[in-house]
Design a protein. Structure first.
Lengths: 112, 112
């Protein structure tokens, strides 16, 4: 049983560009949450998707958007990249209101 | 604002000793807490959780203690091993809230 998988593992983008990160949840999970983890910091909640809709959102600008597909996989899109968007982006999946979340290994995004 | 925090950014212990990692939270309404372990290059891994109606919970070699009076959470690791070296995060949930709030983390180093 595959756990949470994210792609790509590493990515380098130029300031101003747009990026799409992908996440496949753990089998049986229907809820996907995205987190941003800056170097030396704890993960910060971006948003959560359930039933293909954004259920809750953290304190992130509209440049950060997402999508959830019928198979529960999810994408995180970031527009107009800033140098400060460089971070590890983590995806976590869970089953509906279950609070135990399983994390993927993350996508390391570097903006130059 | 209220947030989750950690008392010490680093902790170094000898192999075989017990480790205690502390966490302070300031939101008295938080009703669920999780400890995560994050190794270099990996996503956070669930260790143990505790609900606010409990003050102690034990797992395999780990114990979480919750003191609601002083809003303090601790993770005890018995017979610490080199494989326990990682960054440990506590995270809190508010009732009816899908936003998991993480602290900055404590880096545990186990010396052989």
């Amino acid at each position: 049983d595959a756990g949470v998988t994210q792609s790509p593992t590493h990515l380098i983008k130029t300031r101003g560009q747009q990026v799409t990160l992908r996440c496949s949840p753990k089998s049986g999970h229907d809820t996907v949450s995205w987190y941003q983890q800056a170097l030396g910091q704890g993960p910060q909640f971006i948003f959560q998707y359930y039933e293909e809709e954004e259920r809750q959102r953290g304190n992130f600008p509209d440049r950060f958007s997402g999508h959830q597909f019928p198979n529960y996989s999810s994408e995180l899109n970031v527009n107009a990249l800033l140098l400060g968007d460089s971070a590890l982006y983590l995806c976590a999946s869970s089953f509906n209101t279950d609070t135990e979340a399983f994390f993927g290994q993350g996508t390391r995004l570097t903006v130059v | 604002g209220e947030s989750v925090g950690l008392h010490l950014p680093t902790l170094s212990v000898q192999e075989g000793d017990n480790s205690i990692i502390n966490c302070a939270y300031s939101n008295s309404a938080s009703d669920y807490f999780i400890w995560y372990k994050q190794e270099s290059g990996k996503g956070p891994q669930f260790i143990i959780d505790i609900r606010s109606n409990m003050d102690k919970r034990q797992g395999q070699r780990v114990t979480v203690l919750l003191n609601k009076t002083v809003k303090h959470l601790s993770l005890q690791i018995a017979a610490t091993q080199p494989g326990d070296s990682a960054v440990y995060f506590c995270a809190e949930f508010l009732p009816n809230n899908n936003d998991m709030r993480f602290g900055a983390g404590t880096r545990l180093t186990v010396k052989p």
